[in-house]
Design a protein around this ligand. Sequence first.
Ligand code: RNT
Ligand code: ZN
Length: 411
Amino acid sequence: MSKAYQIARERYAALGIDTEKVLSQLQDFPLSMHCWQADDVAGFESAGDLTGGIQATGNYPGKARNIDELREDILKAKSLIPGTHRLNLHEIYGEFGGRKVDRDEVGPEHFEGWMQWSREHKTPLDFNSTSFSHPKSGNLSLSNPDKSIRGFWIEHTRRCRDIADAMGRNQGDPCIMNVWVHDGCKDLSVNHYLYRSLLKDSLDRIFAEKKDDMKDCIEGKVFGIGLESFTVGSHDFYTAYAAANGKIPTIDTGHYHPTESPADKVSALLQFVPELMLHVSRPVRWDSDHVTLMDDPTLELFAEIVRAGALERVHYGLDYFDGAINRTGAYVIGSRAAQKCMLRALLEPKDIIGRYELEGRTAEVLTYLEEAKAMPWGAVYDEFCERNGVPVGEAYLKEISDYEKKVTSKR
Ligand code: RNT
Ligand code: ZN
């Protein structure tokens, strides 16, 4: 135990916080690492462009080109991130063995290898249907008035639930499956009610079959590139759908108006929905998906979860994809930043602050919140790294650059 940690432990104990308990909570705080940071959301299905209102910018060398490289990168990143984590896959990351498997033909058999990998590396899997980057994507998928196109995407998403369910069984822990569709309009449009009724009907059909080993999440957003004027799956739409149907809303921190607070949604939504899924990202002016950092919005988001006593009701996915920087580095920086935000939330003297607040003593509230910022939480995070046998502080950089020299730069 380092001297710095011992001092930190005493300082927190004086505020009634047991850092040993916090360290064990942090140990049980799995991040669902998004496989798509490794290859800028390309996947292994085809060499087609990324479409569907999202974009990965940058051309940093060394992205993963196949399943082996992707797994290698994920394991490297995992070795530099303390704690135990999950892996979040998109359907386009299946093992298709060089064959053309269309999205309405996919099944659990294409993820057998992943499930085996999951067991070997004790890394539970989460899953996502993929409605972008496909000739049938267009502007509308699950809300498309064309019966055959809508049917195609319903079939795809149903099959994805079968895959997620198989993953959940395989790992003895529910697989969290996210549905995000880009559906929207580039320009002025008047058929909004129609599109939303079609999306609702599609979801009803997709979710009709009860599954025991997976959970459904639904993710809305403000707009997509090329679909700026209207989004079928808006937040109001999915919030209402989730509340009415007991589904899990996904809060992607990049999917709100710039001054809207994702953190403020936690205590509101959790009154009506069973759980939440997060897509932690860093929007710079828009849904730019920059690498997560320990910034104010992320600190506030995790603090709100802890304050709500909702640690176990939230699934912690990451969702950024920056093609402009070392991608292994992006995983490590973003994951460790998310952990630091959670750690600081767990170390907040919320009982003391909460009591003062109820007594109307605002100066005390502000004092404790303000002083918490300068408490020695960094020593607690370093101790967490030590105990998990991963590099402390910026020491991980050397491993990332060695890996770049030996592995990714040769791709
Ligand atoms: C897009 C959504 C969605 C995707 C991933 C790849 O705006 O955030 O979650 O980023 O599914
Ligand atoms: Zn997202």
